[in-house]
Design a protein around this ligand. Structure first.
Ligand code: CA
Length: 142
């Protein structure tokens, strides 16, 4: 959709669970319960009440790739933070747990892929899903 919770953004959202991935068209500052900002063009995501949110990269190449990224829990006023994992198919390459308001850098070198491989970034709510807004940056090189 072209809006996410009424905001101008490219949005993939499950309105029942609250899970979403959004790319905001304009800078956005949330101020209802604490505050955080998302820059225009940044990718934000949030797990659902009873579901993870997963971003997939489908490999267009065969060979080895290098992955460098950062995941940030951006809503630091409530909740228990989020957990994340970087997967190649169903194999976990790296994972971590974030205290609310913190971030983690991840990287993986010489990851073997084919043109049917998929890299997944999984965002999990941990015990509860309140205040789990997060952002993701990822660079993949071949
Ligand atoms: Ca949480």
């Amino acid at each position: 959709a072209d809006t996410c919770s009424g905001l101008p953004a490219t949005c993939w959202q499950d309105p029942v669970s609250g899970a979403h991935v959004s790319v905001h068209f304009k800078p956005y500052t949330y101020t209802a319960n604490g505050t955080f900002s998302i820059a225009a063009g940044n990718v934000a995501f949030h797990p659902g009440q009873n579901s993870q949110t997963v971003i997939r990269w489908a490999s267009p190449v065969a060979g080895e790739i290098n992955i460098l990224g950062r995941v940030n829990s951006i809503h630091d006023s409530c909740g228990d933070g989020v957990a994340w994992s970087l997967n190649l198919g169903d194999r976990v390459l790296q994972s971590g747990s974030l205290v609310r308001g913190t971030g983690a850098v991840f990287s993986a070198s010489k990851v073997p892929v084919t043109q049917s491989s998929a890299i997944y970034l999984v965002l999990d709510k941990k015990a509860n899903y309140v205040c789990d807004s997060s952002t993701i940056d990822m660079l993949i090189t071949h």
